[in-house]
Design a protein around this ligand. Sequence first.
Ligand code: ZN
Length: 215
Amino acid sequence: MATPSHRKPLAELVAELLATDGPLPIVAAGDPVLRQGIQMYDGQLDAVLLSRFVSALRLTMHAAPGVGLAAPQVGVPLRIAVIEDPAPVPEEVRVARGRVPQPFRVLVNPSYEPVGTARAAFFEGCLSVPGWQAVVARPAEVRVRGEDEHGHPFDDLFTGWPARIVQHETDHLDGTLYLDRADPRSLSSNQAMTERWTQPTPETAARELGFELPG
Ligand code: ZN
């Protein structure tokens, strides 16, 4: 027996979203679409609609601006995300955070697993939690498996800042927000970030706010 669905077919939902040009509205924390019911992509959008949707995700990510965006963040419960980071940061930040450029990529049905035991802890933020940042300790290296937008499988290692981005976006597809993994004592407003925590690492913030960093 079929389960009654109160949801619109996803293709219809996406077609409606794409009816207006320009960046898509971003869903904020508190909307259940960020937390549950996110489906594996399995052809719910045909090739043309998927391609248009990916372009809209990219446009929205650029406009925000952000370095990653997951479909649930525009209200679409599908396991699709985009990442891209030109990494316009000073040399000392690049070295400390491993923030190297990440070319544009589409992640369809991604999953990740840690490689080794090293962890890296840095402030991160989320377009669905505007105005705030917090420190998250994450595996420093991950193995990511999934498909690209053409259905071709990939199996790649990510390190440095790209590893953080890909974990953050894949977590969205599991209904997880970075705050679920963050140290609550590190929570800082964007204003505090600008005024106080511009150092390449969160060591000063850890000392002054009273939270622990790994190893
Ligand atoms: Zn996010």
